[in-house]
Design a protein around this ligand. Structure first.
Ligand code: ADP
Length: 766
């Protein structure tokens, strides 16, 4: 319809424009024609009236005028007769013909106002001068043309044009309408029909017909193309939707599987969205705790946990942590506290870098928390039990080693009391068995001490040569007895003076060399020390103890570093031991920051390799040994020496007393530290043997008191500590040593006291 109106109005407009232009052209043409005719009248009248004016034949030229008026469509023709003007003395003598309102031709009356007015309003006036034969102006002819005739002409033209225009327009409109209907509307309505016959998504079921004009065909085919693309996209979209749904279901299942609640927090406005599980965890029905915002959350959080939670959040918000994670307690509907593990991450940030949306999960970890509390309790109990075991072992050690002191000491004394060979053999067996028992006790105590992490590693200067040589020589006797070759090679690049724990190193090496000699019946035992690496401050040394002994099978090799493991029962019978040695060695090596490895072939021999790093000494430690500790080899007179024995245990007192008496020394006895201090005030002694653990006043305090006595004769008397305490309840031996030195003692002996070592020590200081 709209199109029809547009077309019709366009056609009408064109037609009117055409009519207007042709009207103007016609008008000009008519005007020109009228001008020509008036001009023509003037010219014909000029020639015909000149003589008549001179002859005053007014009636004659008036007749001429009538004829002219009748033939031409003029309004009026007037002649100004100058001759007659002169005669009558008028300004103008005018005569002529004019048309009356009914169209008749009448005489012009100069006095008639209406006629004059009509003349004035004339559309066109043509003026021509009339001259006589000599060229004088004798008159003037004026032809008047009104617009009426013009209008009449024009109206005729307009009417014709209008009729033409209307007719043509009508024809055009009809033909346009028919062709539009045929070529545009029909195919378009077909298209519309096909398009409206669509599925639920609005996509046409059939393809659009492409009949009609070329443009319609192009439109149809492009629409078909579009429909195909949409169909294709819809298939793809459906596949993606399916995939998305599957992912969503999977994700949902994962979330449900983790039994976690989910939350989304709009940090900007504080609103929080929770899922069902979240509410369920705290015993609420879904929707029961809505609306929920951060303040509600805060109200449910345990007051002690809120600050921690804020702190974790702030860390995440300031991007110090990639995500937020915090364990907090939330109040359930019933009012009890539920442990919740919250994990989350900011998903959207503002332009200013502030958090906008954050989401995460909440998991009920009450069970784990309770379990871990139970575990902590169990651990504390286990540690208590372990501690009790350690204390028990320590006490056992003390209790077993103290009587052993008596057994061994007395056996040594017995040997000196003039026994026959058989009795001497018995004593030897007692001594050997006793010493084995003490060694076993020491092993058990050592492992207990390491396991309780009470073993200290000290870093003190030591001489490498002075450590290795005596250590190896300890085993020469056993090697010679077994007819095996014992040799050692020391890399000359290894520094003489190093810093480390020489005591632990000695224990490690003596254990390994002892094993090598013990498990080798023929062949050799070789000890090799090589420098592996060094810097200006450190040396890394490799110790290799190789033997050609019984070897260890592959299977057993895995067990040898385990405590209480003796790999071969038959060998255990032949070679005594506790199965603790290598376990202790491995733990000590690792405490010293080193490594140990065992290579072995059953029946062929073994090689144990240790790698340890030591600090290099800047100067020799031995130059710094305090004067009072330095041994006095000149004063070697045991006989008659006055020795104060301070010992609360009667058996130990007896053993040591008798040992000294055998050397013809004079002994005084004190049962407590206090007694010892009192005696030291009264008598001068050459040596004091001081037990460390005593009731009331212990050995350290007693030694300190003696050293602090003003003007005391025993202020400089050597004091040798007696200690059975390598156990857990007391200080470590290294600490003992340091403590002994700190209180002014000179040395210390370990109980059970060996007669030879006791003599050597006394000779060292007296
Ligand atoms: P034990 O005190 O019984 O010697 P260790 O822990 O020192 O205990 O050794 C554990 C076991 O490893 C020994 O019983 C022995 O079977 C084996 N073993 C250790 N050193 C050697 C070696 N040099 N040659 C062969 N077997 C060895």
């Amino acid at each position: 319809m709209a199109l029809g109106i547009i077309i019709v109005s366009t056609v009408v407009f064109i037609m009117f424009a055409y009519s207007f232009i042709s009207y103007r052209a016609t008008k000009q043409e008519i005007v020109l024609r009228m001008k020509n005719s008036s001009n023509h009248s003037i010219v014909s009248l000029q020639t015909n009236t000149a003589n008549l004016i001179e002859a005053y034949a007014i009636n004659e030229y008036m007749r001429l005028l009538i004829t002219e008026m009748e033939t031409q469509d003029h309004y009026a023709i007037l002649i100004y007769n100058y001759h007659m003007s002169k005669i009558f003395g008028d300004e103008f003598y005018v005569q002529g013909k004019i048309r009356a309102s009914d169209g008749s031709i009448i005489d012009y009356d100069p006095q008639n106002q209406e006629q004059n007015k009509n003349l004035k309003d004339c559309f066109y006036i043509e003026v021509g001068e009339v001259k006589n034969s000599v060229g004088d102006k004798i008159g003037q002819i004026r032809v008047y043309i009104t617009g009426d005739s013009l209008n009449r002409e024009l109206n005729k033209i307009i009417l014709t044009s209008l009729l033409q225009t209307l007719f043509i327009s009508l024809l055009l409109v009809i033909s346009l309408f028919l062709s539009i209907r045929q070529f545009l509307l029909k195919p378009l309505s077909k298209i519309v029909r096909v398009i409206t016959h669509s599925d639920k998504d609005g996509i046409p079921l059939e393809s659009i017909p492409s009949d009609g004009t070329r443009e319609i065909a192009a439109l149809s085919s492009s629409m078909n193309g579009m429909i195909d693309t949409v169909k294709h996209s819809r298939v793809k979209l459906k596949a993606q939707q399916l995939l998305l749904q599957r992912e969503k279901d999977r994700f949902q299942m994962v979330i449900e599987g983790t039994n976690a609640g989910t939350w989304e927090w709009n940090v900007a406005n504080g609103e929080v969205q929770l899922n069902h599980r979240w509410a369920d965890m705290l015993g609420y029905q879904p929707g029961e705790i809505t609306p929920f915002d951060i303040e509600t959350w805060r109200g449910m959080t345990h007051p002690e946990d809120w600050a921690k939670s804020r702190e974790c959040l702030e860390r995440h918000f300031s991007r110090d942590s990639d995500y937020y994670q915090c364990e907090t307690r939330l109040k359930s509907k019933k009012g009890d506290w539920i442990w919740i593990l919250d994990r989350g991450k900011v998903a959207t940030w503002t332009h200013e870098g502030k958090p906008l949306l954050m989401s995460g999960t909440s998991t009920d970890i009450s069970l784990e928390k309770n379990a871990s509390a139970e575990l902590i309790k169990a651990k504390i109990n286990a540690e208590k039990a372990n501690r009790a075991k350690s204390v028990f072992l320590a006490n056992m050690s003390h209790e077993l080693r103290t009587p052993m002191n008596g057994v061994l000491g007395m056996t040594q004394l017995l040997e000196m009391s003039g026994l026959n060979d058989e009795q001497m053999d018995y004593c030897d067996i007692i001594l050997k068995s006793g010493k084995n028992l003490v060694a076993i006790l020491n092993d058990i105590l050592d492992i207990a001490k390491i396991e309780a992490e009470r073993q200290q590693v000290v870093h003190e200067p030591f001489s490498f040569r002075e450590l290795i040589e005596p250590l190896v020589s300890l085993f020469i006797g056993a090697a010679v007895a077994k007819k095996i070759n014992l040799s050692w090679v020391v890399d000359p690049k290894i520094k003489e003076h190093l810093i480390g724990d020489s005591q632990l190193l000695g224990r490690i090496l003596s254990n390994l060399i002892g094993n090598a000699v013990k498990f080798t019946n023929q062949g050799s035992v070789t000890i090799q020390l090589a420098l592996l690496a060094e810097s200006s401050d450190f040396q890394k040394i490799q110790f290799q103890i190789t033997d050609t002994g019984i070897g260890i099978s592959q299977k057993d090799k895995k067990l040898i570093f385990e405590a209480f493991q003796q790999v071969d029962e038959s060998s255990t019978k032949e070679f005594q031991g506790t199965g603790l040695g290598l376990a202790i060695v491995k733990k000590l090596v690792s405490l010293m920051g080193g490594t140990i490895q065992a290579e072995s072939e059953f029946g062929k021999g073994s090689c144990f390799t240790i790698e340890l790093t030591f600090q290099i000494q800047a100067q020799s430690f031995f130059e710094n040994i305090p004067e009072q500790i330095a041994p006095n080899h000149d004063a070697l007179k045991a006989k008659g020496l006055r020795v104060l024995i301070v010992e609360d245990d009667e058996a130990s007192m007896q053993v040591i007393g008798r040992m000294l008496a055998k050397q013809e020394m004079i002994t005084e006895k004190a049962r407590t530290g206090k007694e010892a201090v009192d005696l030291a005030k009264e008598q001068k002694f050459d040596l004091i043997l001081m037990d460390l653990v005593m009731p009331k006043m212990n050995g350290f305090d007693a030694a300190l008191a003696i050293r602090d006595l003003q003007d005391c004769m025993n202020q400089k008397t050597p004091i040798i500590a007696l200690t059975a305490l390598t156990a857990l309840t007391a200080l470590t031996s290294q600490q003992d040593k340091a403590h002994c030195q700190a209180v002014g003692m000179n040395d210390f002996l370990t109980k059970p006291v060996d007669l030879t070592i006791l003599n050597e020590t006394i000779m060292k200081y007296c």
